[in-house]
Ligand binder design. Structure first.
Ligand SMILES: Cc1cc2nc3c(=O)[nH]c(=O)nc-3n(C[C@H](O)[C@H](O)[C@H](O)COP(=O)(O)OP(=O)(O)OC[C@H]3O[C@@H](n4cnc5c(N)ncnc54)[C@H](O)[C@@H]3O)c2cc1C
Length: 454
């Protein structure tokens, strides 16, 4: 066994250099610098039939960020440079291990930004975000979701081939400016695949000009129903072409917001249990007009608007809300039609009460009138049995949300047993076929996407 281990160590050291491999407990951490190195590592892993787990920032919530014993942890964070800022096609191509804060700061120098900004973005990487189908609280119908921002990828398949997706696959193309082309949307295959279909080494995203104005408002509601009605009206208006600068529409319990912005205590009355945060960004005239219109819609539904800019909200986009979620927890994220969000929230409270715990739920629209419901299930303590207990509760809640028509959004190993039970059999077979073709030896994240790795 030791001899085998040494053989692997040596083969990998020849690829990345000795200083970039570290033996950590039962696995080997390897930090490649280029797509070619990633390719060579995967070829060795195939030959040795060794499991490989890529890791970006390690902030993903839904599966372990370490491989099993004897495996390779592929640390992507050395691949963290911006490659191309293309002001003609308004795209940026960057290496997959870059953090969101670094990427944003690089394109900011030229007056651009992304509309993706996960709160974990000081550590979370571009590749990890894409592979976990990451979200940002940017909910205008004009934006839809993460996938609409991704133009192209460079992927290393589990067997080591380096493959560009998108128009960059045409040798004479002026760049990675078009995603959907011959013969199908192969970029989409890797979005949300949790690293089971290959390693993303580069990604091309849309860039946006920094807006002239950013205005935030918070609106308190005595009950969730009124706030959901407001969101529905926003979505209908946006589908008609109105309110398009209202990018953020997030519902949270007041008590949670108070944990990160203590002055909420004075600004929002105690009986207003639900707070809708809206943020408009874009042309100053449009934003002012849309914020006023959105506040008027909210007031009609009993919302009390706080006339405050809340600068800490936008400035805190890479840290603020995470600060409100204290202690170990399991994050459940499910998509539910907007008309079912109230029921989803009531169900969550009921199941929490039955288990003697409080489960906060927050949400924001994704892809139009669909709510991305986040339930935060507290874990009672550091003991592994406490996580197991919380996970059982989280799975029960996910089942209940599926009973009312919802679907899991973030899956990982946490919710894989729940989703596979109800997957159309032909669909699940199709996933397995793709996995077998791309990864015949089953080395890449074998326990994700396919239950039990087979
Ligand atoms: C405090 C906090 C706040 C958060 N806020 C948000 C938020 O606002 N929005 C959001 O979407 N998520 C959020 N998350 C969840 C998490 O940050 C995201 O899933 C994140 O984008 C994952 O990126 P990462 O680089 O840390 O990935 P990792 O945790 O390193 O990896 C996640 C998965 O992707 C795979 N992977 C990583 N890199 C690659 C690659 N290059 N190629 C192939 N597979 C790869 C891994 O094997 C793993 O399966 C938050 C998490 C925390 C702890």
């Amino acid at each position: 066994m030791k001899k085998e281990t040494n053989k692997l160590d040596k083969a990998l050291a020849r690829i990345v250099g000795e200083e970039w491999i570290v033996r950590e407990k039962s696995y080997l951490k390897v930090s490649p610098r280029t797509s070619e190195e990633v390719s060579q590592i995967l070829k060795v892993a195939n030959k040795e039939k060794t499991a490989v787990k890529p890791r970006g920032g390690g902030t993903g919530w839904w599966s372990k960020s370490r491989p099993g014993a004897g495996g390779i942890l592929m640390d992507m964070t050395r691949m963290n440079e911006v490659r191309v800022i293309d002001e003609d096609t308004l795209t940026v191509t960057a290496e997959a291990g870059i953090s969101f804060t670094k990427l944003e700061s690089k394109i900011s120098e030229k007056g651009y930004r992304l509309v993706l900004f996960p709160e974990s973005g000081r550590t979370a990487t571009l590749g990890g975000h894409i592979e976990t189908w990451g979200t940002s609280p940017y909910a205008s119908s004009g934006f839809e979701d993460q996938a609409t921002q991704i133009v192209a990828l460079k992927v290393v398949l589990p067997t080591g081939e380096i493959v560009p997706t998108g128009s960059g696959a045409v040798k004479s193309a002026a760049g990675n400016f078009a995603r959907r082309f011959f013969p199908a949307d192969l970029t989409g295959l890797f979005i949300g695949a949790e690293g089971a279909f290959g390693v993303i080494t580069e990604a091309t995203l849309k860039m946006h000009k920094w807006p002239e104005a950013i205005i935030t408002r918070m609106i308190g509601f005595p009950a969730l129903g009124g706030a959901v009605n407001v969101l529905r009206e926003f979505q209908e208006t946006q589908r008609k072409g109105g309110l398009l600068t209202i990018g953020e529409q997030r519902l949270m319990p007041r008590e949670m917001l108070m944990a990160v912005i203590p002055r909420i205590k004075e600004l929002i009355r105690e009986d207003l249990k639900i707070v809708l945060t809206i943020r408009g960004d874009g042309d100053a005239v449009d934003v002012n007009h849309h914020i006023a219109q959105a506040c008027a819609i909210a007031a009609k539904q009993g919302g009390i608007v706080v006339e405050d800019e809340f600068p800490e909200w936008w400035e805190g986009r890479y840290k603020l809300i995470s600060g409100a979620i204290k202690g170990p927890r399991i994050m459940l994220v499910a998509m539910v039609p907007m008309g079912k969000f109230l029921e989803a929230s009531e169900l969550t409270q009921k199941i929490g009460q039955e288990h003697g715990t409080h489960i906060p739920m927050l949400g924001y629209p994704i892809s139009g009138p669909i709510m991305l419901a986040h339930a935060i299930i507290p874990v009672g303590g550091p003991d592994a049995s406490e996580r197991k207990k919380a996970l059982a509760l989280a799975r029960k809640l996910m089942e209940a949300l599926m009973d009312i028509g919802g679907v899991p959004h973030r899956v990982g190993t946490d919710f894989l047993p729940v989703i596979t039970k109800r997957l159309d059999a032909a669909y699940y077979d199709f996933i397995k076929k793709i996995k077998r073709v791309l990864d015949p030896k089953g080395i890449m994240n074998p326990d994700l996407v396919i239950a039990g790795g087979k």
